[in-house]
Design a protein around this ligand. Structure first.
Ligand code: NAD
Length: 479
């Protein structure tokens, strides 16, 4: 039984949940404690009590803890990647890559703890100096989704701790293993008790405590739009700070002048890899007339050649869908698209077993053509290996289609035209724009986030993370 970490102690839950391997549903990754509301409040008590001392800790103390955690994560990336692939279902190389990224994030923010700077200005009044500094906001509640079980907790936790906040983390119910491993690493890395608390449990129970407790100064949330709206309403009601990263319906435009190989690689990678379960996945591919036939022929061939199998088998391109509920959602959208008149050009079939005969939630990647902007497949996030292709007459129409969405996380284009690439970077209505690169797959040291219905509040990651995890103080001194 893997327990919760509250005030430096490993604590039993009121019940437990079974972490199941989606590649082989007979395989139980472990039993994980589930906290209730009262235990979640104890975690907030602990974080509140620890805040005074941690907020005054030296940058060296914070550096040492975060750097040690980053080193251990990187040293154990094969083992932790195996755990991540086993509980979430992304392929082993993807999972190991995610763990490496989590380690790098801790090391980046270890450095940021040392690099915190302020401004010293002359006042407009004679003899007065003005100092502008940043301070931690207090206890922060971190609520994370299942699709990046270690990287998302890492990119919230590392800046929270680096800037002197104390933390209560509630990871996604489906994938507690990687978050537990992170808690174990941080616990041994020398954090004082109560600075970091892990409470695994139900969103509606444990999550609600974090949203409503007046001692929680800020909530950083990544997950669905529906839950994000609840987070926003609860935080606004008590004027807590909040930051939301939510869904996407990211476009990838392929222009006539694109390098065909680059365009196909980008579309396949960001549409289908990680089983399409990435907020930055390109689920809409918009192709101009002149390249359409060649591009589609290559896409159908590549899609049919992808190997869908156990996440941890060598040679697997696409692992299983995360669970039965998500698989049902994917299949429902595939049926809706067909009912609305889209053509299924490849894939879209559930498979009950791996090549080794293990029962799991397998789905061959689905490629739709003949789709129109109003179809639900082009408007709503599926969160599975499903690409819908739209045809455009020219660049202007392609750009308009790309922006025709309530979301705005990532937006990509394949082109060899400097003019179109430059125009697209300026006019794509998204927080992140990629030229000749997949929309999914970003650097860890630069801002991450979107606009429109995808995100709310300050950016995450890189130096911009300080916007959420600190508050600014302006001090005046008469010499
Ligand atoms: P979800 O909204 O169901 O759950 C996210 C987290 O919120 C979980 O920890 C859950 O337990 C918790 N939660 C649920 N109900 C709650 C409540 N009432 N109060 C407080 N917490 C509650 O999302 P999910 O299914 O885990 O993740 C998939 C979604 O996440 C997709 O929509 C995807 O696009 C999005 N996502 C976005 C980004 C991004 O950065 N934009 C990154 C990854 C995933």
């Amino acid at each position: 039984m893997y327990k919760n970490l509250i005030n430096g102690e490993w604590v039993d839950g009121v019940r437990s949940s079974r972490n199941i391997n989606p590649s082989d549903t007979r395989d139980v990754v472990g039993e994980y404690a589930q906290a209730d509301a009262s235990q979640a409040r104890s975690a907030v008590d602990a974080a509140q009590a620890a805040f005074g001392a941690w907020s005054q800790s030296t940058p060296q103390q914070r550096f040492d803890v975060l750097d040690a955690a980053g080193n251990e994560i990187i040293a154990r990336k094969a083992e932790l990647g195996n755990l991540l692939a086993r509980e979430e279902g992304k392929t082993l190389p993807e999972a190991i890559g995610e763990v490496g990224r989590a380690g790098a994030i801790f090391k980046f923010f270890a450095g940021e703890a040392l690099r915190q700077a302020g401004d010293l200005l002359a006042s407009v009044r004679p003899g007065v100096r003005v100092e502008v500094t940043r301070e931690p906001i207090g206890v922060v509640g971190l609520i994370t989704p299942w699709n990046f079980p270690i990287a998302i907790p890492a990119w919230k936790l590392a800046p929270a701790l680096a800037f002197g906040n104390t933390v209560v983390l509630k990871p996604a119910d489906l994938v507690p293993g990687s978050a537990w491993a992170l808690a174990d690493i941080l616990h041994r890395a020398g954090l004082p008790k109560g600075v970091f608390n892990l409470v695994m449990g139900r969103g509606a129970e444990v999550g609600t405590v974090l949203l409503e407790d007046p001692r929680v100064a800020g909530i950083s949330f990544t997950g669905s739009v529906a839950t994000g709206q609840k987070v926003a309403a609860a935080c606004l009601a008590r004027m807590a700070k909040f930051q939301l990263e939510m869904g996407g319906k990211n476009p990838f435009v392929v222009l006539d002048d694109a390098d065909l190989g680059v365009a196909v690689n980008c579309a396949i990678n960001s549409g289908f890899f990680s089983t399409g379960q990435r907020c930055t996945a390109s689920s809409r591919v918009i192709v101009t007339d002149g390249i359409y036939e060649r591009f589609m022929a290559a896409m159908v061939e590549r899609t049919n050649a992808l190997k869908v199998d156990d996440a941890r088998l060598a040679g697997t391109d696409i692992g299983p869908v995360v669970d039965e509920k998500q698989l049902a959602q994917d299949l429902e959208y595939i049926a809706i698209a067909q009912a609305e008149g889209a053509t299924l050009a490849a894939g879209g079939r559930a498979q009950s077993h791996s090549s080794q005969g293990a029962p799991g939630y397998y789905l061959t990647p689905a490629l739709f053509t003949d789709t129109t902007p109003g179809m639900r497949i082009n408007r709503e996030e599926v969160f599975g290996p499903v690409i819908s292709v739209q045809r455009a007459k020219n660049y202007d129409e392609a750009l308009a289609l790309a922006n025709d969405t309530p979301f705005g996380l990532a937006s990509g284009i394949a082109t060899t035209s400097l003019k179109h690439a430059t125009h697209y970077k300026q006019h794509a209505q998204a927080g992140m724009v990629m030229v000749n690169l997949p929309t999914a797959g970003v650097d860890y040291h630069v801002p991450f986030g979107g606009r429109k219905g995808s995100s709310y509040g300050p950016r995450e990651q890189g130096r911009h993370a300080a916007e959420f995890y600190t508050t600014v103080k302006t001090a005046y001194t008469q010499a």
